[in-house]
Design a binder for this molecule. Structure first.
Ligand SMILES: Nc1ncnc2c1ncn2[C@@H]1O[C@H](COP(=O)(O)OP(=O)(O)OP(=O)(O)O)[C@@H](O)[C@H]1O
Length: 265
């Protein structure tokens, strides 16, 4: 009985969620991502690390087509989500972004109530058939983002009135309310104090039970704490990708070693 369950768990955990093949990104003449090939696993936290300007955010934004919003940006190659090409003409980027949610560096709640911040996505995607169902999604998302107890008595208060750390958890609740399969996080803790950072890191570990999480971080300590896989980028190249403990203790490439020991960056 237990063996079968374990076998199932192991299989689920190693499913490939994203598969990137020969991905190149250009901003006009600037070749920002150079021939990246990588497979990102489901129910896994993957950290993107590397010096400033190496392309971490650019590659992250390829995964939910946020780069589509930048006119001069051109993406080449293939990115498959569960085997389907996300750049196929038939894919609606709005639907894709409901599946592949994003949390940004600076908490950016809408100028609406706490409730409406979370209810916004489910409303536009028609995920609730009644007010009761919507209430349930809002509560579940706020619980999932570990902020329910702090806001349950003031759901009508403005989201912008919360502390920075609470706002970021509200944004995470908003992102998970559309039941995404993947959560992209671009330096989600850079505007937070150490206590709020610890809360968000704990949350990331919880989220991995339900989602794939990809996080861009400048903090190697954070990458080591929260991720199982790490990708090291340098000058637009994906230099090394592997198990986080291996990348931090026994990197194969000299450039990775220089970065983690503080010699470049
Ligand atoms: N919107 C944009 N328009 C033009 N060029 C851009 C844009 N965004 C990024 N770039 C360029 O693409 C390259 C990679 O930038 P990117 O922001 O992806 O790197 P990063 O590793 O995330 O950097 P950081 O750690 O500083 O956030 C850089 O040369 C940058 O100048």
């Amino acid at each position: 009985m237990f063996d079968t369950d374990n076998a199932k768990n192991t299989m689920t955990q190693t499913d490939i969620k994203f598969s990137a093949k020969n991905v190149q990104v250009f901003y006009g003449e600037n070749h920002a991502i150079k021939d990246v090939n990588v497979e990102l696993e489901d129910k896994t936290v993957t950290a993107f690390i590397g010096p400033s300007g190496c392309g971490k955010s650019t590659f992250l934004r390829c995964l939910n087509r946020m780069n589509d919003t930048i006119d001069i940006c051109k993406v080449k190659g293939d990115i498959l989500l569960d085997g389907e090409d996300i750049y196929d003409k038939r894919v609606d980027p709005v639907q894709l972004r409901a599946k592949v949610g994003m949390v940004f560096q600076k908490p950016n709640p809408f100028p609406k109530s706490i409730y409406d911040n979370v209810a916004y996505g489910p409303r536009i995607h028609g995920l609730a058939r009644s007010k009761a169902e919507l209430d349930e999604i809002v509560e579940k998302s706020l619980r999932g983002a570990a902020i329910w107890n702090e806001v349950k008595d003031r759901l009508d208060a403005p989201g912008t009135g919360l502390s920075g750390g609470q706002q970021q958890r509200l944004c995470i609740a908003r992102a998970i309310a559309t039941k995404p399969e993947v959560l992209l996080m671009d330096e989600p803790c850079s505007a937070l104090d150490p206590i709020a950072t610890a809360q968000v890191e704990e949350l990331i570990d919880d989220l991995r039970k339900d989602f794939s999480v990809v996080i861009v971080t400048h903090s190697m300590q954070q990458a080591a704490r929260v991720s199982q896989k790490t990708a090291f980028f340098h000058l637009g190249n994906l230099v090394e990708f592997g198990e986080t403990p291996q990348i931090f203790t026994n990197p194969e490439d000299e450039r990775t070693e220089s970065y983690i020991t503080g010699r470049i960056g």
